[in-house]
Design a protein around this ligand. Structure first.
Ligand SMILES: *Cc1c(COP(=O)(O)O)cnc(C)c1O
Length: 377
């Protein structure tokens, strides 16, 4: 593959990230979880405008979701989650020994359909996990009203939504437990990585301990360069902490988000919307690009034309994505025992077009030209 080829998504990292990693390796020499992670957590808190102790960095976004769930639900509890999400959302629920209850989405923005979710409530339902699909949190107020009404905890899968706002407030600064991913292609990356942001001090302490095998208050020691040699443990934990190397990358990326990544993603998504609006057989998802920093650019292709368009674009060297295969159809999650007709129909319509800050407007225009021409035939 040549360096010129179009990518669906990619990491935007360079000299500054490399220098930050070199500083950890050469100047500090401590690669595990230490002061660099502490600094990243402090800077994320500053970015979101929340107290320092609300933020807990972990090894992946999936780990963030699993630990957030484990902190607030019991084994066997049920968690309402849209089927149309990345497998990680479902694996985090089952990893926390809870049961994912697959729900429908609103086809206009692919966020959880609360009327459908209400119909799937049962005695064991303990939490709802809204997924901020394509970085759009949907009607977050309605989700929290729904949760309050039914006595549910809310674990937001905000893997796509770092840096976004809801009614002007940063995602993460409002809400119950909010989980971010910093994997290689998300709005910012730490190589791999994730974070939970929560205002609940009991949940925060559980998550902080659980990322280090459940050893109580081990985090404080590690941030002073110390270890716990003798300890007691009361809850199951994991090795889900973040390393100083990852945090060093994340800290640089955090500084690049507002001046560099966010405006570029918004500019390209705005161009897609302007160019593709009104195209026959194509529907754009509803989103507010003043609040959303889009991680992906899915569109709906109607009338059975999705697979044809995909093949056409790919034949021209334009890669496309599919976010996502519905989870309720996977054998681990029932193999389609429940029918979710809206989700299943959407999964035959959705296709994601290239979007990342390394793309330029010329390429997006070219992609739109090809799509519009093929759909007009
Ligand atoms: C990326 C992603 C995750 C998981 O994050 P990782 O850091 O890759 O573990 C979870 N949910 C959604 C919707 C994602 O896109």
């Amino acid at each position: 593959m040549s360096s010129e080829s179009i990518r669906l998504s990619r990491s935007i990292v360079g000299q500054a990230e490399a220098e930050a990693v070199a500083r950890v390796i050469i100047d500090d020499g401590y690669l595990g979880m230490g002061r660099e992670v502490e600094a990243f957590e402090t800077e994320i808190a500053g970015f979101l405008g929340v107290p320092r102790d609300w933020v807990i960095c972990v090894s992946t976004g999936t780990a963030a979701l699993q630990l957030a769930l484990e902190a607030v639900v019991e084994p066997g509890d049920k968690v309402l989650v849209q089927s149309l999400t990345y497998l990680a959302s479902f694996q985090a629920v089952s990893g926390a020994r809870a049961v994912p209850i697959a729900c429908e989405v609103d086809p206009r923005n692919v966020t959880i359909d609360l009327d459908d979710a209400a119909g799937r409530m049962s005695a064991g339902t303990a939490a709802v996990m809204p997924v901020h699909y394509a970085s759009n949190p949907g009607d977050l107020k309605a989700i929290y009203d729904f949760a309050r009404q039914h006595g549910l905890r809310v674990v937001e899968d905000a893997a796509h939504a770092f840096g976004c706002t809801y009614q002007g407030e940063p995602i993460g600064s409002i809400g119950d437990l909010v989980c971010f991913s910093f994997d290689g292609i998300k709005n910012i990356t730490s190589g791999e990585g994730g974070a939970v942001v929560t205002r609940d001090p009991i949940a925060a302490e559980r998550i902080r301990d659980a990322r280090l095998l459940g050893v109580q208050k081990d985090t404080e020691k590690r941030y002073q360069g110390l270890r716990s040699w003798e300890f007691d443990v009361t809850r199951q934990g994991w090795r889900y902490h973040m390393s100083n190397i990852m945090a060093a990358v994340g800290r640089v990326q955090l500084r690049r988000l507002k001046p560099e990544f966010a405006p570029k993603r918004r500019e390209l998504a705005t161009l897609y919307h302007e160019r593709l609006a009104g195209t026959p057989h194509l529907t754009l998802l509803e989103t507010d690009l003043d609040e959303v920093i889009p991680h992906i650019q899915p569109v709906r292709i109607l009338d059975g034309r999705r697979d044809g368009l995909k093949a056409h674009l790919e034949g021209l060297g334009i890669p496309t994505g599919f976010h996502y295969q519905p989870n309720h159809l996977l054998r681990l999650y029932g193999g389609g025992q429940v029918a979710l007709p809206v989700t299943e129909a959407l999964s035959r319509e959705l296709v994601s077009l290239p979007l990342h800050p390394g793309l330029n407007a010329e390429t997006v225009n070219m992609i739109c030209d090809h799509a519009i021409r093929w759909l007009a035939d």
